[in-house]
Ligand binder design. Structure first.
Ligand code: ADP
Length: 601
């Protein structure tokens, strides 16, 4: 009995109790015991542990199922509630953040609307304005509030109304619509605007339009100007009487004008896009192609002459002008070619040349004849003069005979002068090229001539006033020929001056650096109309014709000489009477001038 835990462990310490352990049967039991206080009695109730567990299990299985279901339900509900709370919280946070974002973007939008350089507007479905941004004021000069409630069409010029109606078409399903319209605002202010409009729909129903307008007046005006410029160029090209064509860098024809079509006998449709080699005669095409390739490579302009085959089959002398056409980066992208028919000009040039050759030949023959004749006349004249002189001497005792010989001698002398002058003219005409031009100080040539003429001056009791510059009067001249000119002009002045008169010779460099010599006398002067003619051969002034005794060849010779030295000689009347003869030599560079010592007066 002692091995049973009731007696071994619990008694007599406890009056009652339960435990799981060894029972009376010795097996593992669930045991309950109670000890009687009055009697030595122990009541024990025991049940096999195994059978009790089995019974409990079978009874509690259904309860466990319910419990588990309840637990799962509780967990599920808890999770659902937890998630609901979480979702609500995150939704609230999202709403708050969305609201923040919305208010931020509203602020951004309003800044954007203010700063945007376009007019932004909204209208209702009928096109009545419900909103415009601040740019409205820039466009119209009016306050924004004045726009609301008015129709878009109120601001559109009549010619653009159709376009704007299409933009606000309620039936159309187009999303973004564009057009360019002329807007007209208060005070007649007009702007060309680019409009873009989007229809606004709510649940498929049109609620209005949103749009923008950009001021494109400047661009539009520039485009307009460009268009009219292009049209003008087109007109210039088409109406230009010169045949003009443009080729690209591959020698393909890009354009031609009407004159070109007529000249070449090709319609533009047949040549545009074709290379010049495909329709031009070989030689012509070669000349063009070679010039074109130079221009394409180096740019610039060029010209040449070529025989061009015309549409009518004739060949014409043509001057071809070419210029490289460059793009905005300076790269050559084509060649402009202008043709100029110069056949007539070349023909006239040839005819002129022929005529000149003929005239020169005739002139040479004439000069030769005059030279020969003069020469031939001089020999018999010399003997006439010689015999006249002899007769004069022999007939000294017979006055009548002497006077006859004197007349013969005088006439012979006059004739000899004439013959000499003629010879001089013909020589000048044929030997101008043989002038010996050298740089000389003209003062050094003038002075000796004046000294030579002194006896003549004295005979006529004339005063010669010489006013020569202190500076060298440099000119490129033949000294002997220049001497001849001065001699002739001063001799004329002496010849036509009244006795006791005054002759002035001045020489200076004028403001243009030209050596300018003037010989002025107090003679009868020359009628204005004859001032030029007296330089022609055999022409004498009507004023002096009777008394000059000359041949009228002197000044013609002088002009030939002066002109051969690139100078000028002309006559002017002097106020108060008399004539002034001007001899002018062209200016020479300073470096060419070299001072020459002044000779004695
Ligand atoms: P020539 O004196 O031998 O007739 P010139 O050719 O030297 O030939 O002159 C042509 C003409 O010009 C003169 O005949 C004269 O009528 C006119 N002439 C020339 N010099 C003067 C002058 N200083 N005053 C007026 N007439 C002049």
């Amino acid at each position: 009995m002692g091995r049973i835990p009731v007696f071994a462990t619990y008694l007599p310490g406890r009056e009652h109790g339960t435990y799981v352990g060894k029972g009376v049967t010795g097996e593992r039991q669930i045991l309950g015991f109670r000890v009687s206080g009055t009697k030595p009695l122990v009541v024990m109730v025991e049940e096999s542990y195994q059978s009790a567990v089995q019974r409990w299990l079978s009874e509690s299985r259904s309860l466990l199922g319910i419990g588990a279901a309840l637990t799962l339900l509780t967990i599920g509900l808890t999770v659902a509630i937890w998630r609901g709370v979480r979702t609500r919280e995150s939704a609230r946070a999202e709403v708050e953040s969305a609201q923040r974002r919305i208010s931020q973007s509203e602020r951004d939008l309003s800044v954007l609307m203010r700063s945007v350089q376009e007019l932004i507007f909204r209208t209702d479905a009928r096109g009545f304005i419900t909103y415009v941004n601040a740019h409205w004021t820039v466009f119209t000069g009016e306050d924004v509030s004045q726009a609301v409630g008015r129709q878009i069409q109120d601001f559109v010029a009549p010619q653009s109304r159709g376009d704007v109606s299409r933009l606000l078409d309620r039936q159309s399903h187009e999303t973004v619509r564009h057009c360019q319209a002329l807007a007209r605002f208060a005070g007649g202010r007009e702007l060309m605007v680019q409009l873009a409009v989007v229809p606004l729909r709510l649940e498929g129903r049109l609620t209005g339009f949103a749009g923008s307008a950009v001021d494109v007046t400047e661009r539009w005006t520039a485009q307009h100007q460009l268009q009219s410029q292009i049209a003008f160029q087109e007109l210039l090209l088409e109406t230009n009487p010169l045949p003009i064509s443009v080729t690209d860098t591959q020698d393909r024809v890009v354009r031609v004008n009407r004159a070109w079509e007529e000249y070449k006998g090709h319609g533009r449709d047949g040549v545009l896009g074709q290379t010049i080699q495909s329709f031009l005669p070989l030689e012509e095409a070669r000349a063009h192609a070679s010039a074109n390739s130079q221009l394409v490579r180096w740019g610039g302009r060029t010209f040449f002459e070529v025989q061009v085959l015309r549409g009518d089959g004739s060949r014409r002398d043509t001057r071809v002008e070419k210029a490289a056409i460059a793009d905005e980066h300076g790269r050559v992208n084509g060649v402009l070619t202008i043709l100029m028919d110069i056949s007539e000009f070349r023909q006239a040039e040839r005819a002129t040349q022929e005529a000149r050759d003929v005239a020169e030949e005739a002139s040479r023959a004439k000069s030769e004849f005059v030279a020969n004749m003069s020469h031939e006349l001089r020999t018999p004249l010399q003997s006439i003069l010689g015999f006249a002189e002899l007769g004069l001497l022999r007939g000294a005792s017979q006055p009548k005979l002497a006077s006859m010989f004197e007349s013969i001698h005088l006439a012979g002398q006059r004739m000899l002068n004439l013959v000499n002058d003629l010879l001089e003219v013909s020589r000048l005409e044929s030997t101008v090229g043989t002038f010996h031009l050298e740089r000389i100080d003209l003062r050094g040539v003038i002075r000796p001539v004046l000294r030579e003429l002194e006896p003549l001056l004295t005979r006529s009791r004339l005063l010669l006033d010489v006013q020569l510059s202190d500076f060298p009067l440099m000119a490129k001249a033949d000294p002997l020929r220049f001497e001849q000119v001065i001699r002739n002009v001063v001799a004329n002045a002496i010849k036509f001056s009244p006795t006791g008169g005054k002759i002035t010779l001045s020489g200076r460099l004028d403001s243009r650096g030209q050596a300018h010599i003037v010989i002025r006398d107090q003679g009868p002067g020359i009628p204005e109309a004859e001032l030029e003619h007296i330089f022609e051969a055999f022409v004498q002034s009507t004023q002096t014709k009777d008394g000059s005794g000359g041949s009228g060849l002197g000044l013609a010779i002088c002009r030939k000489i002066v002109e051969a030295m690139s100078g000028q000689i002309y006559a002017r009347n002097v106020q108060g009477g008399g004539t002034a003869f001007h001899i002018v030599f062209p200016a020479r560079g300073q470096t060419e001038t070299e001072p020459v010592p002044l000779g004695p007066e």
